[in-house]
Ligand binder design. Structure first.
Ligand code: SF4
Length: 254
């Protein structure tokens, strides 16, 4: 049983209850290559942000890229990874692509994002009771000197207005509001493989919080009752390519 509602568990439940159950309540399969790509990037910028609070300087590019490479290679080696059968022939190519994207994103980050950052808190863990019997919690990438929450992502270029609809800023802004009694600004920095950084500021309202809390209520109700609905048949996630549980899931005929 979960002790806190995290954004990642909630998001996983939105996509597929069965997958959420397996990941957060049971057998946890290794994630796909894209998760390692994101983690190695995140771990690296975290190291830079943590030391920058005192130094006010960024680490050297070579150091960060080496660190990112080591994180990627070692975590895949130690934990394994999920690869859909159709991608077996391209294993080496996909692993290299993931590594190159992560290391390339560090260069874009160092040149285009890091110089603007003035971190005050890094990987800030927050937990709050919202009166639903289970607190909400999250780890915020960075709080800057203006009190803004900043979140860093690598992956596909985001579509127009994605940042205003995405649930993560709502979740983290709510956590921050419950502590500071002020709704913070939020900014995504997204680095696609092209290296063209997307700077996506957004903000949330009390109405957004109310809607999110309705979803969290239902999440807690479902998981407390052991109800884990499968993904919609035919949806993009319910495929061998995107779901690591596909080969053993009863909802797709196993
Ligand atoms: S195969 Fe489909 S229903 Fe089963 S866990 Fe994956 S996404 Fe969910």
């Amino acid at each position: 049983m979960l002790s806190n509602v995290s954004f990642s568990a909630l998001n996983s439940w939105f996509l597929c209850g069965e997958s959420c159950k397996r990941t957060y309540f049971g057998e946890r399969f290794p994630p796909g290559i894209s998760a390692y790509r994101g983690r190695s990037f995140h771990d690296t910028v975290e190291v830079n942000h943590s030391q920058k609070i005192d130094s006010n300087l960024d680490l050297k590019l070579d150091y960060m890229q080496d660190y990112c490479r080591d994180q990627y290679v070692n975590s895949i080696k130690n934990n394994g990874y999920f690869l859909p059968k159709e991608d077996y022939p391209y294993k080496s190519k996909l692993l290299n692509q993931g590594l190159n994207h992560a290391v390339g994103a560090i260069k874009a980050y160092k040149e285009k994002i890091a110089p603007m950052l003035h971190p005050i808190k890094v990987e800030l863990y927050m937990k709050s009771d919202i009166g639903l019997g289970m607190p909400i919690s999250g780890r915020l990438d960075l709080i800057d000197s203006n009190g803004k929450i900043r979140d860093f992502k690598i992956g596909k270029k985001k579509q127009k207005n994605w940042e205003h609809k995405d649930l993560q800023p709502t979740f983290y802004s709510l956590l921050m509001y419950l502590k500071e009694k002020k709704i913070p600004d939020f900014e995504y920095n997204v680095i696609p493989p092209s290296g063209d950084v997307q700077v996506l500021p957004t903000a949330r309202t009390f109405e957004d919080f109310k809607i999110l809390i309705q979803h969290i209520k239902l999440f807690i109700k479902d998981i407390s009752a052991g109800v884990f609905r499968p993904a919609q048949p035919g949806s993009w996630i319910c495929t061998e390519k995107y779901c690591q549980y596909f080969s053993t899931c009863k909802y797709v005929g196993n």
